[in-house]
Structure formats: C-alpha cells, structure tokens
Write a protein that binds this ligand. Structure first.
Ligand code: C2O
Ligand code: CU
Length: 488
C-alpha cells in the first residue's frame, strides 16, 4: 500500500500500466464463483413517466456473514435499473435521506442542464444547515425532480452521485445504478433478450474486518467527512483500487448459462481501476454497442479494455463451450484475486433463435468539425488540473455552438479516462494513428493513456447550457480534474 501501481502495474505487453493504488481488505474474503450473480430490480414507475427513488442508508450482506452499510438509490447497491424508451420522457424525484448532500448524473444521457447532476446543484437532507460550501451552490431541500427527455438512441447508460469534491467516496459507498434506453431500431434486432440479457456493473471495493467498506481516510477537510478535493491521503492521489471485484454488488459471482448467446451490458463503475477483460479458457466478445448506442456493424474482440465510466455492449456465444465448462471473465491487467471478475457455468444445451446481424443500426454520421480545441489533463501543484486549472464551477473552458461538432484533442501526463457530459463523440485518432478496434462507435468516455494524444469528434446536440468534462477516475475528479463548457 502506498506504492505506485499495486495490482495495475507492470503487465508485459501493455506498455506503462499506471492506475490507482491498491487498498487491501482486512476482512476474510470469499472463494470466487460461489455467490450467485444478482440482477438489480427494475425501477417501477409510480405513475406515467414518473419515478420516485430514495437515497438511503441500508445494510447489505456482500461478504458472507458480514454486514456492509451501503448508501444506495432505493437502499440497494447497485440501485435499481431504469428501463427507458426513446421518445418517452421521464421524471425521477430523488429524495435524499443520507447524512450528506448528493447530486445525480445520468452518465451518457442527453439531458437538459438543470437535470444533469451539476456538482453544486445539491439535494440536501432534512435538517442540513444552509451553509453553501461553494459560490453558486444550489440547495434543494430533501427532494429534487430530475427531468429526462430520453430523446436519444438505445444505449447502456448509468447513473451515479456527482457531488462536488465527494463523488469518489459517495459512489464507493454504493450510489450507482444502470439505465437502459431501448428503441424500435433495437427492438427489430434478433439479439438475446430476457434472461439472456445481463447488465453487469463491475467495480472494485475493499472491506474492513467487520465487513464495512474500507476507503482511505481524509486529511482534515474544511467541509467535513470522507475525502474532499486534494485532501485525500496523498498516497491515494492516483486513485483508489480495491482488492475485491464486485459484479452487480456481489464478490466474484457466478451465473449459470445455457449453451446459447447472451448479451452482456458491461459497465466499469470502478473509481479508478481499469480492466482488460478476457474469457478463459478462451472465447471472443462480439461487440454490438459502445457507450452511446448500437454500432453500425458488430466487431469481434479477444479482449476488451474498459476504463472507469465506459460501457461495452457485447454478445458472448456459450454454445462454443462443452456443457459443464466453467468460463471465467478475467482481468488480464491484474494478478491474484483481482484478476478474476466473475464466472459462468454452461449448464445445458438449449434452443437459441437469437442472432447478431451483420447490420445493427444506422448511427448518425460524422459531421464536419467547425473548431479544434485542446484539453490537457495533468497534475499541477498537488491537484489534478485541466489546461492548468483546478475545477472552477461557472467558468467555462469552451463555448461550442449548439448543432455543431468540434475536434477535441485530449492529452495528459498519466492515465485519465476522460468523460464529456451531453456530447457524444467518436475517437478519430490515437497519437495520429487510427484508433483501436475497441474505440468503435459513438462514446462519452475515452481512456487517454500517459502522454497519449487522443483526438475525438464531439457533437453538441440537443441542449444549450453549462455541462462538464472531467476525468472519470473519481479521485482525480474530486481532486479538481473537471471543467465546465457552455453550449451556446
Ligand atoms: Cu459518470 Cu460526470 O460522470
Ligand atoms: Cu485522471
């Protein structure tokens, strides 16, 4: 602990693998592939297009026989999965019964600015003293209604806390869930569905001996509890990695599958850990969608690198394995227990009328860019900065015009998974060369390696107003690696 890299360091053939620092659990850890894979409940509307969800403290049994306090949407970790349909707007009333303020961001959503989870647009719990910690901070007492137009294509989205300076510790405690947008284009495809479509939220955690989540202690912070900008113990400035891999909140779970195709909605909801997912003993992923929706055509991969915030929508065909095979989803970037993610056991043959068609969708084409801008992600004076600035709410670094597209050149000194709110983008080039096969499609998060130059073409559609771009290593984000841009 405290040394660079931990589980992420020094993997042959992957170049300089720099990641967060490993925090080891003090609890006794379970054998992998014993816990059944949980599937989060689907959120139920309370009326047409209306949902109510309460963020609250709850107890979960994550490690066998131990109790973990979680902060969950609906009191669960992960929170409920929202099933949304293009063209059907929804309102979600988020009620905060936690001891801390929150802000909820629908990651990948094309959302008006007032509902986008701006870090100082806070839902504050009952009885909280009215002491804004930042200029321009807005307090909604107890409840805020978030409005989502859901005008976008079918895609794998997720939602999580986005509170200024405290996103990392609050997401670590459980404030995250998935949201799936569906549409007619997707309905018409013969993809695996029902029990053969699995949302898989992958994240790492560490545990104290009593089963509670372990997270580095903050140095004294002006605003109180758990971390805070630039105040996390300096050993963890690079980000926090746990030694237990959870999928849908269970440690190294196992799912029984038939020898058929399955659609896996892979989400990396970790604070800082990056994965290189592979199937053991061999097998391939057929990627059908990226962060922002279906690809035009499927792409096959032996391995999928997934950085915090990214999603990969893939099909795995388990008919290629003999019945009885134990198939493991592994992380080739880690040794030891963190090198396992989850297991599948192929239980029996079964009929399969699913298919992955050669043409999946007609995504929007690439518009001609009207401007080029550069965003440099770098450590400056003990904080993580963009273009030399710590996050300054209300001071936009760029003012793109609505309805246009721009080339954004992303660079940095370390590994930074860069996320842009509102705007979807395509990766044009890495170091002036064509992007990787796993960069295909429209995205909202892209991994920028140390000293790498990544050019993306971003579209500013749908809404005007103030949004953010930031590093999705959540410790970097809290340590100020965020900036506003204003769509005008
Ligand atoms: Cu998933 Cu601004 O974040
Ligand atoms: Cu970063």
């Amino acid at each position: 602990v405290g040394m660079l890299g931990g589980a992420g360091l020094g993997i042959a053939g992957c170049g300089a693998e720099v990641a967060g620092q490993l925090l080891r659990s003090r609890a006794r850890l379970p054998e992998p592939f014993t816990a059944p894979l949980p599937i989060p409940d689907v959120a139920r509307p309370v009326g047409p297009g209306r949902y109510e969800v309460t963020q609250r403290v709850a107890a979960a049994e994550i490690l066998p026989g131990l109790r973990t306090e979680v902060w969950g949407y609906g009191g669960t970790f992960p929170g409920p999965t929202f099933e949304l349909r293009r063209g059907e707007p929804v309102t979600v009333a988020v009620r905060n019964e936690l001891p801390v303020p929150t802000s909820t961001h629908l990651h990948g959503g094309v959302t008006p600015p007032g509902s986008d989870g701006y870090p100082t647009d806070l839902v504050v719990p009952a009885g909280a003293p009215p002491h804004p910690a930042h200029p321009g901070e807005v307090h909604h007492p107890l409840v805020k209604e978030y409005r989502y137009p859901v005008g976008q294509r079918a895609a794998t989205l997720w939602y999580h806390d986005h509170r200024m300076d405290f996103t990392a510790p609050q997401v670590w405690r459980g404030l995250a869930g998935m949201a799936l947008v569906r549409d007619e284009e997707e309905d018409a495809l013969p993809l695996p569905r029902g029990e053969r479509e699995l949302p898989l939220m992958i994240c790492d955690r560490a545990f104290e001996e009593d089963g509670s989540f372990r997270y580095p202690r903050a140095h004294r912070s002006g605003h109180g509890e758990h971390g805070g900008r630039g105040r996390l113990d300096g050993d963890y400035m690079e980000g926090v990695e746990g030694d237990v891999i959870l999928v849908n909140g269970a440690p190294w779970p196992v799912a029984e599958v038939t020898a058929t195709r399955y659609r896996l909605r892979l989400l990396n909801a970790s604070n800082a850990r990056r994965y290189l997912l592979r199937l053991a003993p061999g097998g391939r992923f057929t990627q059908i969608g990226s962060d922002s929706g279906l690809l035009a055509a499927p792409v096959t991969h032996d391995a999928i690198p997934i950085s915090p915030g990214e999603r990969y929508d893939v099909v795995v065909d388990f008919s290629g394995y003999p019945v009885g095979t134990a198939v493991t989803l592994v992380n080739a970037l880690a040794d030891g227990p963190a090198g396992n993610v989850m297991g599948f056991v192929v239980t029996r043959r079964a009929p399969d009328d699913s298919a992955v068609p050669a043409v999946l969708s007609r995504p929007p084409g690439r518009p001609r860019p009207v401007a080029t801008r550069r965003f440099d992600f770098r450590a400056t004076d003990g904080a993580w900065t963009i273009n030399g600035h710590r996050y300054r709410p209300g001071v936009p670094l760029a003012r793109p015009r609505v309805g246009t597209a721009e080339v954004w050149r992303l660079t940095g000194d370390f590994r930074h998974p860069v996320h842009v709110h509102l705007a979807h983008f395509q990766v044009l080039a890495r170091n002036g060369r064509p992007p990787a096969a796993t960069d295909a499609g429209w995205k909202d998060t892209v991994d920028v390696g140390p000293y790498e130059v990544v050019d993306v073409l971003a579209r500013f559609d749908g809404h005007r107003g103030t949004y953010m771009l930031h590093c999705h290593n959540l410790e970097h984000e809290d340590m100020a690696m965020m900036a506003d841009f204003e769509v005008i």
